[in-house]
Every structure is written in structure tokens, then in C-alpha cells.
Design a protein around this ligand. Structure first.
Ligand SMILES: [Fe+2]
Length: 294
């Protein structure tokens, strides 16, 4: 899903103006081979480190490695599961139609797939990120409700200067969230699912902090869009995430937090519940400035 990095690409303000056709028949054998390569590589890398709800979603939606997914077929399974559907769009879209779609249980997804030479890094989300990353969990009832509420919150935030804070919530849950699963910490965020580099880093590199999720902390914590995460936040369940967010009135928080300093993804604070204290090793090697902090 898009964060705020390219929402201005399209000026369209209505959902209808954003929609395109997928034209599944136009994918080339190379496109299907790219999907297969990415799919198999990620399923292998994530083994034992991805939450059960995600794997259940892959199975339930019949999302397999063989071909680029056909949205018409995918939607039959997705609608039956939770009433969500995928709508094809040209790329990142403006905030208003984006949040409108989510609030109606419609997920805007790109149709293009990266080129073989772009397997490891892509500026804009492609169909592998959007579908492999985001769609399986939309078959889970609590995650599906959370995503819809996120869309509704987005529409309200547009009128209350709250987008910056909601983008952080998106970043630290939907894109890079961790979840407790049978006593272990596993991944569920789409930015992890669709990235070989982030997956390897999360699993093998001790640099990052893993903290217990806290709504206020997340809304106040900045992030970098172009590097691996210094801190990840762990939820107890999708039900708990949904409840914690729905019970917190966001509008007064936006006003309150605007007057407070942005928290750093590199720092630990006294109230943090630390599940894993990172070594910070990676950041000593690749120091970041605060200039591009979102
Ligand atoms: Fe995404």
C-alpha cells in the first residue's frame, strides 16, 4: 500500500478516475517468471518467521507461485472471505480516493511487475508488493476490519492535518508490523513480506529494536522510506490492534502531537516495552541524518 511518498502523482479525486483495467492476458512469460522467482524466494526466506494468519491467507485466496495473479479470480476468493476486493490502479494515487477505497473495503493495487534487474529494489510498489505483501491478510476478519477503519480514519485526518501521523501508523503496522504468534515474534507487514532485503535483515541482523506496539508511540515516531527499519513494533493480535486503535480518539491526538517533538526510530524511551534491544550495528555503518525523517 502506498504511504504518503507519491500520493501527488495523480490528481484524480474520485475513485472512478483512478481505475484502470488489469489486462491479465498482456503479461509476458517473463512477467510470470518474475512473479514465480519473487514468490518462491520470499516464501523460502520467510519460513518460520511469518505469521500463521498470512500463510492461511495465501492458501485461502489461492495465491500461488505459478502466474501473476488475475484480479478477477483473486476477487472471487477475497470477496467470499471478508468482502474486500482488489481494484487495479496505475500506481500511487491521491489520498482522498485512496482512503475512500479502503473505507469501502476496496484495495487499490498496481498492475505492473518489476523487471528482472529490479528484483531487489523498486521505488514504487508493483503487483508483487501490493498483492503478495498486502492481500493475504485482507482475508483475515480482524485485519480486514483494521484496514477499513484505517481508511475511514484517513478520510477524517485529511480535514484535521492528521495524515502525517496516520502515515506512521501505516508504516509501523501495515507495512512493517510484527505480531506475536504462539509465543514467538513473527512478521506481517507488507514491506517485509515483499522485500528479500528487509526479510533477511529482520531475521539475521541483530541491529533493530523490537518494541511492544503502542498507538501514541507509533503516531509520534518518524521513519525513513529508503532504508531498513531501526525499530519494529509488535502487536499481540490483529484483534488487539483493531481495538487499541478504535478505542483511541485520533483527532485530539493529532493536535496534541503536532506540538510535541517527533520521536526518533533510533532511540529507546523510558516508557518503551522492549522485546528485543537492538545492537544498532547497521546504523553505525550506515549513519542517517534526520533530514528525511517522515
Ligand atoms: Fe504497501
Amino acid at each position: 500500500m502506498g504511504d504518503d511518498k507519491g500520493h501527488a502523482i495523480l490528481e484524480a479525486q474520485s475513485v472512478e478516475e483512478c481505475l484502470i483495467e488489469q489486462r491479465w492476458g498482456d503479461y509476458t512469460p517473463q512477467d510470470h517468471a518474475t512473479w514465480q522467482t519473487l514468490y518462491n524466494r520470499q516464501v523460502g526466506a520467510l519460513k518460520g518467521h511469518v505469521c500463521d494468519e498470512y500463510l492461511d491467507g495465501l492458501r485461502r485466496l489461492h495465491l500461488g507461485p505459478d502466474t501473476v495473479p488475475d484480479y478477477e479470480k483473486l476477487n472471487r476468493h477475497l470477496r467470499a472471505a471478508t468482502g474486500w476486493e482488489v481494484l487495479p490502479v496505475p500506481g500511487l494515487i491521491a489520498s482522498k480516493p485512496f482512503f475512500t477505497m479502503l473505507s469501502n473495503r476496496q484495495f487499490p493495487a498496481g498492475t505492473f511487475i518489476r523487471k528482472p534487474e529490479q528484483l531487489d529494489y523498486l521505488e514504487e510498489p508493483d503487483i508483487f508488493h501490493d498483492v503478495f505483501g498486502h492481500i493475504p491478510l485482507l482475508s483475515h476478519p480482524d485485519y480486514a476490519s483494521y484496514m477499513q477503519e484505517y481508511g475511514k480514519a484517513g478520510l477524517k485526518a485529511l480535514d484535521h492535518k492528521g495524515i502525517k501521523f496516520l502515515a506512521r501508523l501505516n508504516w509501523y503496522t501495515i507495512e512493517f508490523g510484527l505480531i506475536r504468534n504462539n509465543g514467538e515474534v513473527r512478521a506481517y507487514g507488507a514491506g517485509i513480506m515483499s522485500s528479500f532485503g528487509e526479510t533477511k535483515y529482520l531475521i539475521n541482523d541483530p541491529s533493530s529494536n523490537w518494541l511492544q506496539f503502542d498507538v501514541d508511540r507509533v503516531l509520534r515516531t518518524g521513519y525513513y522510506i529508503d532504508d531498513l527499519q531501526a525499530t519494529y513494533f509488535t502487536i499481540d493480535s490483529f484483534e488487539a490492534l483493531f481495538k487499541e486503535c478504535i478505542e483511541r480518539p485520533f483527532l485530539p491526538l493529532y493536535e496534541k502531537f503536532r506540538a510535541m517533538p517527533t520521536l526518533s526510530p533510533f532511540e529507546l524511551y523510558p516508557e518503551d516495552r522492549i522485546l528485543r534491544r537492538g545492537t544498532g550495528e547497521y546504523w553505525r555503518e550506515f549513519p542517517k541524518t534526520k533530514t528525511k525523517l517522515k
